[in-house]
Design a protein around this ligand. Structure first.
Ligand SMILES: [Zn+2]
Length: 397
């Protein structure tokens, strides 16, 4: 049974002192802290990114945002790229990811990893339920036939939720407003009617699935909350009028800071229209988020990493940015990326903490990131353990 001894432990909530952690396959068997020693290395839970998109080109070199790769590559080939992006995340210590516009490719990869056929992180998949000409539909040029399914009435929404459930998705994604990268819309455009969203949420909840809502303005956030969504994605318009209900209902928000900063400042080249949208989003977001964090709104790690604009492995940078932007302690930021992120996606009983009985997902790191958030850096990772296997680096002797 592998074990780490004489190691500083942080269990997903608080520091346990120096001690020992052991696991057997994908199951932590012992976590014993309380020691006073000054261990060099520390063990923390693997990070959890609640908002990613895995289906991006994973080969060497750069493919720009406007590449035709998505359109011309068959699914039989794309599935390998999905797996490679997830494995890249895993090796960087992100041992759980949730794809928020997933489908058959991500589900196949999730099951292959789960079965141990390939080594990979925990992959959760939310199936999208959006409208014709909505945010999700406007990534594909209009004349292309190969499109993700859309739903344009309450009945179609129900039917699409049921088809996703039949495929085995873990949750549902909706779009309450337009978006930044969707072509030709505005972030403040309404997506779907109340009746459509109500039907989607009702059906998803009836089938045991949580609903994540993309939202970039105040009306869409209010609508999504009124109609009963389980998380807010981006959350640009979460102004003071919504903090109370967010806190009362403990609704998680994936703030996706890094990607929108990069789109706004031109680090990522996407065209003038998307850049202007991102600049407006960042201005409104920054006006709202500091107050929201002070009010106790529950932000969790959610990057929108897509392998191009935010790469898999840059989650550490997003966590540091969260700490700075929200005025959080290092420990508060680290919880948002581990135990609280696990709870937010329904995996609190599986991962996100170092505790006997949970899955063996952990990072061995040279530092004390719960005291100094800048220690949370890929360059300081000594080893990553995913589902009990060392998947990068080596365990210290
Ligand atoms: Zn997204």
């Amino acid at each position: 049974m592998p074990e780490l001894v004489d190691i500083a432990l942080w269990d997903g909530a608080s520091a346990l002192g120096t001690g020992r952690i052991a696991w057997d396959g994908d199951r932590i068997t012992a976590v014993e802290g309380g020691g006073e020693g000054s261990a060099r290395y520390a063990a923390i839970p693997g990070l959890i990114d609640t908002h990613v998109h895995l289906a991006a080109y994973a080969g060497p070199g750069e493919l720009g945002w406007n590449s035709q790769w998505d359109l011309v590559t068959p699914d039989t080939e794309r599935v390998f790229h999905v797996a490679a992006q997830a494995q890249r995340a895993m090796r960087a210590g992100i041992t759980t990811v949730r794809d928020l516009a997933g489908g058959p490719l991500q589900l196949s990869v999730s099951r292959v990893f789960e079965a141990g056929v390939q080594v990979g992180p925990r992959v959760r998949v939310n199936g999208p339920v959006g409208m014709t000409a909505g945010h999700g539909d406007l990534f594909i040029p209009p004349h292309y036939d190969r499109r993700d399914p859309v739903a344009d009435s309450p009945d179609e929404c129900r039917a699409l939720v049921r088809r996703w459930a039949r495929q085995g998705v873990h949750g549902i994604k909706i779009y309450a407003s337009g978006g930044v990268l969707s072509m030709g819309d505005r972030v403040g455009w309404r997506n779907q009617t109340d009746d459509e969203i109500r039907a989607t949420i009702d059906e998803a909840h009836a089938l045991g699935m949580a609903v994540a809502a993309h939202s970039h303005d105040t009306p869409s956030a209010r609508r999504a909350l009124d109609l009963g969504v389980d998380s807010i994605e981006h959350g640009t318009g979460l102004d003071a009028s919504l903090w109370g209900v967010m806190v009362d209902r403990n609704i998680p928000v994936a703030p996706t800071l890094l990607i929108n900063d990069r789109l706004a400042d031109g680090t990522i080249q996407v065209g003038a229209d998307a850049q202007e949208k991102a600049q407006a989003v960042v201005a409104e977001r920054d006006a709202n988020f500091a107050g929201a964090a002070d009010a106790g709104v529950r932000f969790v790690l959610g990057t929108d990493a897509n392998g191009v604009m935010v790469r898999f492995g840059e989650q550490h940078e997003e966590v540091r940015l969260m700490a700075r932007s929200f005025g959080w302690t290092a420990e508060r930021a680290l919880r948002a990326a581990t135990s609280d992120a696990a709870d937010a996606i329904g995996l609190g009983g599986t991962t996100g903490r170092l505790a006997p009985g949970l899955g063996a997902d952990l990072i061995v790191i040279d530092g004390r990131p719960w005291d100094r958030i800048d220690d949370l850096d890929v360059s300081r990772i000594v080893a990553v353990v995913s589902r009990g296997r060392v998947v990068s680096g080596a365990l210290p002797l």
